[in-house]
Design a binder for this molecule. Structure first.
Ligand code: COA
Length: 320
């Protein structure tokens, strides 16, 4: 039987870090308010050069190196992003060109903060099916570019970054299962209402709008259900999980899920305090951090989950 195995992980954070205290000089907020409500203390904000393809490139090089491969071993690139460099071409093509592997398929998928889970699931199907041997999956976003820096209810929440994994087909257990969901009825809870310049009224900028309480409520419920679904599909008890690698939006959402899974917080990879919500990058960046600092070991069982605007959400159970 074929499985997809994570061979290597990588990530990239922009050079500039902005703390809550720094933010409170330009917008009416405080470190105390932000930290209490969200667990966030700082975020990284990209410069003009640090686009999705740029950050994705640097995360990818690190993942390929960690995998012990060369970029020429990659057979397909999937990039999850809501903030592509351009309308056309897709970010995966720009990344493919940067990597110098201009002979392989490369495409983007858009599923907001759940984008990495969606991309991972697509890659898993190709690998399990034996169609392709090695896939590079990247989660990257520059949400600060679509943030209204005068709106204190959203601008404190987001940051930029990229995470990447190299997956390869193997006969030993790797990704056990992936579980994806969407509910378009929630389309107005978390949205960037206009995107293409021609759609904008009076050049209204394309900014994130969010009903924070609605997102919070939905996230806790939906994530609780999808992690149960993942465990049940594998006939696995909660106690089998070595590491929860959650989407990093809000420490209160993460804590609620850990409590539901009866997992102590030291079994949960948390980066939201330093990275804030980096959308599609949040799960692969957290994974990379915990792999590189030695917390996550080969053979351990990982539970990944994420939710984003749509709503779209998902989970994956993985033997690392
Ligand atoms: N600093 C200070 N005060 C702020 C503020 C800020 N950055 N942002 C909002 N406030 C104020 C509001 O104006 C409101 O004031 P009012 O009572 O005088 O009207 C008050 O704080 C409470 O706002 P509220 O929205 O009710 O706070 P909350 O406890 O629900 O927390 C969020 C807000 C956004 C932190 C919380 O709802 C949340 O995390 N939601 C989920 C967000 C998320 O995860 N999004 C991404 C999903 S992928």
């Amino acid at each position: 039987m074929n499985y997809s195995r994570i061979l290597g992980t990588g990530s990239y954070l922009p050079k500039k870090m902005v703390t809550n205290d720094e933010l409170s000089k330009t917008v009416d907020t405080t470190d105390e308010w932000i930290a209490t409500r969200t667990g966030i203390r700082a975020r990284y904000v990209s410069n003009q050069e640090e686009t999705s393809s740029y950050m994705g490139y640097h995360a990818s090089l690190r993942a390929v190196e960690a995998a012990g491969l060369s970029v020429n071993d990659i057979d397909m690139i999937i990039v999850a992003t809501t903030t592509p460099d351009k309308g056309l071409p897709n970010t995966a093509c720009l990344l493919q060109e940067r990597l110098g592997v201009t002979h392989i398929p490369a495409f983007d998928i858009t599923a907001a903060c759940a984008g990495f889970l969606y991309a991972l699931s697509i890659a898993d199907q190709y690998l399990r099916g034996g169609i392709i041997k090695t896939i590079l999956v990247v989660g990257v976003d520059v949400l600060t570019a679509v943030t209204n820096w005068e709106d204190r209810s959203t601008c404190v929440l987001f940051g930029d970054g990229a995470g990447a994994v190299v997956l390869q087909v193997t006969d030993k257990p790797g990704i056990l299962s992936t579980h994806l969901h969407a509910d378009g009825r929630q389309k107005d809870s978390l949205t960037i209402p206009t995107w293409l310049p021609g759609q904008r009224k009076d050049d209204e900028p394309a900014y994130i709008h969010m009903d924070g309480r609605a997102v919070f409520r939905f996230a806790v419920k939906a994530l609780g259900q999808v992690v149960e679904e993942a465990l049940a599909a594998n006939n696995m008890p909660q106690s089998a999980i070595d590491w929860l690698i959650p989407h990093q939006a809000n420490l209160r959402i993460i804590t609620a899920l850990a409590e539901k899974l009866k997992l102590p917080l030291d079994k949960v990879v948390v980066t939201v305090d330093r990275h804030a919500n980096t959308s599609a990058a949040s799960v692969p960046m957290a994974l990379d951090e915990a792999v590189r600092d030695g917390r996550i070991q080969r053979g351990q069982t990982l539970l990944l989950e994420a939710i984003g605007g749509g709503f779209v959400w998902g989970a994956a159970l993985i033997i690392y």
